[in-house]
Design a protein around this ligand. Sequence first.
Ligand SMILES: [Mn+2]
Length: 390
Amino acid sequence: MRRFVYCKVVLATSLMWVLVDVFLLLYFSECNKCDDKKERSLLPALRAVISRNQEGPGEMGKAVLIPKDDQEKMKELFKINQFNLMASDLIALNRSLPDVRLDGCKTKVYPDELPNTSVVIVFHNEAWSTLLRTVYSVINRSPHHLLAEIILVDDASEREFLKTSLENYVKKLEVSIKIIRMEQRSGLIRARLRGAAASTGQVITFLDAHCECTLGWLEPLLARIKEDRKTVVCPIIDVISDDTFEYMAGSDMTYGGFNWKLNFRWYPVPQREMDRRKGDRTLPVRTPTMAGGLFSIDRNYFEEIGTYDAGMDIWGGENLEMSFRIWQCGGSLEIVTCSHVGHVFRKATPYTFPGGTGHVINKNNRRLAEVWMDEFKDFFYIISPEAVCG
Ligand SMILES: [Mn+2]
């Protein structure tokens, strides 16, 4: 009888401990969830997902339309990056895209031995979803033996999620990703130079922080550089709508030029360039200038021509400067029409220009004119008298 009571006590106490354990387990796992929720509400952008099927929002490059009830919120969020952040955050980081290449490009065969490339991406207060969608598109659509590494250069962003959250996130990815932080706001040029200096690939590929690389984007760029190391190559820049994130193929019939205000402009590819290629639109187009955000260059050639003008500030003019530099230093600049990379084009810049936008751009353009344009600089000064002195 007494033993029976003992047994009951032992059973009851063990049962109690089991219950305590279960309670503790539940309590702590609940708490994890709480933290998770808290972090998510603080960082709504981090919710962006990896898709497992192709039916989600924006898949195959389709437009994302925001329901009426969310339009006000959408407009508020738009101001942060000057693109539809709500739409971007709804789209999977690895969304699918249509194959927009010319048919002749799909069957081209490239040499096995291509130079490898480092991909350098500069960002300043970029949105989480656009930055990581850029990174995923590089990882998922580039042969890994051709990728030396991805280098993310943070030009002194202020947003908290671009700090340790980003570092922890990219550690999990299957390609080596370095993050370099500029100590102070330095602008695109000096940040790119820092990224280039830290890179190890034979080719350096610069991309903007809100791009999406498409299938087969890399091989034709590297193959062209292998053929001629002094050729600097750009992909066709497809348009990702800043309103809907719809992916729209860019044209192979436009190339880069400029006006006398030294603004970059697209112009129709002239007949002489069609004739030179005997009408084969899959062959690279020689282009006077480049838009600047996306190009690949042989590392040694980049150093031989003196890299960028490190005296240029923030943004503006550096794309024409690089274009003039290439053509005047024995190289050539081409758009490789078989390579397509999407870019979110915006109507307004979200960036701040320390010192004032006009001042920064005039200063950069003055350097461009004085260094590369000889007597043609007078056209610029006549059309932009405000640029003559600071
Ligand atoms: Mn851009």
